[in-house]
Design a protein around this ligand. Sequence first.
Ligand SMILES: *[C@@H]1O[C@H](CO)[C@@H](O)[C@H](O)[C@H]1NC(C)=O
Ligand SMILES: *[C@@H]1O[C@H](CO)[C@@H](O)[C@H](O)[C@H]1NC(C)=O
Length: 258
Amino acid sequence: MVTSWHSFKYSGVPLQYYTLIFLFYLVFYGFLAGMFTLTMWVMLQTLDEHTPRYRDRVANPGLMIRPKSFEIKFNRSIPQQYIEYVQHLESFLQPYNDSLQEANEPCPDGMYFEQDDVEEKKVCQFKRSVLRQCSGLADSSFGYSEGQPCILVKMNRVIGLRPRGDPHINCIVKRETPLQMQYFPIEGKLDKSYFPYYGKKLHANYVQPVVAVKLLLAEDDYNSELTIECKVEGSDLLNNNERDKFLGRVIFRVKVSK
Ligand SMILES: *[C@@H]1O[C@H](CO)[C@@H](O)[C@H](O)[C@H]1NC(C)=O
Ligand SMILES: *[C@@H]1O[C@H](CO)[C@@H](O)[C@H](O)[C@H]1NC(C)=O
């Protein structure tokens, strides 16, 4: 009954060889895992947790609208049909409350608000009252009840972005005859003082600039579907990329009935 461990064989190969092979792979994979962990660790040590290391040479933000719908349809005489849009705008503008924004910096217009060397990044104030008729303050329906709705256009945040020139939002209706529109702030300006953005962690409470566009629909514009395209213009930001329809622009449809 006494079988020596060394004499045990499996298909002619002594067991100790299997043990050796097993040990070899154990050490081998252990070594690989160790290498991997070490290089990963070294890599992570060199990363800055606040700014991405690699990004496009020119950072190009997308545009978005509020209310967050690419099909804005309502009958101006039926509040239930637009109440959702209005509520959406109202809640979106909560952080832009004038009284809240009083706590932020009144930054000088037309220049970047550079804070690279500052530990605690400040925020430039953007009061919703600058959106005038589209602020929801004087007209709590944002023009929806009169059938001349406001749409808010915002540009996605990109850390470190410093758009050159005079970035502003411009919208057109896709048809032969133009549509009257009103912009707030004036000329749809995205002021330079809201750039650069330093990221969620460093730049808490940052509010991005918003442009409100009021569609001044005339008699003939009701009951028909309008396709509207808004673009960021006047700067080095891309707005006509073939493949990315949201790069520096946004397209949406509006149909107001009365
Ligand atoms: C926003 O502002 C209005 C009027 O200025 C005020 O009544 C309201 O309480 C404010 N809301 C917040 C969340 O601060
Ligand atoms: C819009 O609502 C009004 C009031 O209910 C109604 O008279 C009108 O026919 C509606 N318009 C359309 C195009 O449905």
